[in-house]
Design a protein around this ligand. Structure first.
Ligand SMILES: [Zn+2]
Length: 387
């Protein structure tokens, strides 16, 4: 059945907001314009007072709502997908790290089983491997035993297990042999991100020349900026194709740091990611995150030693944060959560924009940018209670 969403404030691909209607049919956006005349049999949705934006694409997330994406159980991943739509997420990657390779392969198998459309939930687009070829020193909250030296055979095994679904892989370019792995991963269709790295500027530049195009959570778990060696982030800034992830939860980065990053890179090269872990969206308490124990307090996820263990943030919250902090205009913030991650993942020809021919993944936000409704492939999968 076609759906006609009427009278919303539509975020157009050029970043303009215009009052208009959206006609959806067969899972695809058919028409976007002011005053589309009623279509026979179409379900009418009154979107007056609402902002209509492309659904959010979270390309770095470990879980939420009590559900972990690092699990051998594909049903747990589907449960996450159904939970995430309440926060405007219509597509996501499952970020995988594990105590060892065997466990990681188990988790990846579950992702391959759950991949694609999930009934009533967000689309699982594939896998983000956060390692294992990362710096032990800059592992952050990754399990102690996860970082491994680069080995083409190990990468090959991971690519095989991913079955074509490895979309993003985080690599530390300073590790011996990492450049070869960057080339292999890119040749096999994955986006390579520099991250969890102790690389200096020159080494990181080489990684971007070898085909890396993205940075995992800018300034978190990487060598900091030094005035004479601006490190991986400086290298990314100097490589025009490179995009960065920002965890704008107010815990991982100071708001001024977020402002600096967005001003330096531009909203067009900045992706909002949650890096959320399973307890995101739950109330305070102590939880198991993979093999580790962590506590959630005041919106912070902490390991017993005080290391930040991923975030408790949701995508809609991150959008609101960057706007409230004066880091971005609403249209820019919404694009950083949709159009830009779509480009990073190579799906911008079908996702991340509200325009005819694109998949009908749409989020409707109220005046405070809270999520009122979410559509995935034209299906209304979330409606705020009481609406
Ligand atoms: Zn992560």
């Amino acid at each position: 059945m076609p759906t006609l969403i009427q009278g919303g404030n539509v975020l157009r691909p050029d970043g303009q907001m215009e009052r208009g209607d959206i006609l959806i049919d067969g899972g695809v956006i058919r028409e976007v314009s002011a005053g589309i005349s009623a279509v026979t049999g179409a379900e009418l949705i009154d979107a007056s007072g609402l902002t209509l934006a492309p659904g959010f694409i979270d390309l770095h997330v470990h879980g939420g709502g009590g559900f972990s994406l690092a699990t051998p159980d594909p049903d747990e991943i589907r449960s996450y997908a159904r939970w995430a739509v309440a926060y405007g997420v219509t597509s996501f990657l499952a970020s995988i790290c594990a105590p060892d390779l065997e466990v990681a392969l188990d988790y990846m198998r579950a992702v391959t089983l759950a991949a694609g459309p999930v009934a009533g939930g967000a689309n699982l687009l594939g896998i983000h491997l956060e390692g294992p070829f990362v710096s032990h020193e800059r592992r952050g909250a990754l399990p102690d035993s996860w970082p491994l030296p680069p080995d083409p055979r190990t990468l090959d095994g991971l690519l095989q297990a991913a079955n074509g679904l490895l979309r993003l892989v985080t690599i530390a370019p300073e590790l011996p042999g990492a450049d070869r792995l960057v080339r292999t991963a890119v040749a096999r269709g994955a986006t390579v991100a520099v991250g969890h790295t102790d690389a200096g500027y020159a080494t990181a530049v080489k990684a971007f020349q070898a085909g890396a195009t993205h940075v995992t959570h800018a300034w978190n778990a990487m060598r900091p900026w030094h005035q004479r060696d601006p490190g991986p982030l400086g290298a990314a800034l100097d490589c025009p194709q490179a995009t960065i992830e920002v965890i704008a939860d107010g815990v991982h980065l100071h708001p001024t740091t977020v402002r600096l990053l967005i001003r330096a890179f531009g909203a067009d090269r900045t992706v909002l990611v949650s890096d959320a872990v399973a307890p995101a969206g739950l109330s305070a308490g102590t939880f198991r995150i993979g093999s580790q124990e962590a506590r959630l307090e005041d919106g912070r996820m902490l390991l017993p030693d005080g290391t930040i263990a991923g975030s408790a943030a949701t995508m809609d919250q991150l959008v609101r944060c960057v706007i409230e902090w004066g880091c971005a205009e609403p249209a820019q913030a919404l694009r950083m959560a949709s159009a830009v991650p779509a480009r990073v993942l190579g799906v911008s020809q079908r996702k991340g924009a509200i325009q005819p021919g694109w998949e009908a993944d749409v989020v409707a936000l109220d005046g405070s940018l809270g999520v009122a409704m979410t559509w995935v492939a034209g299906n209304l999968v979330y409606q705020r209670p009481g609406r």
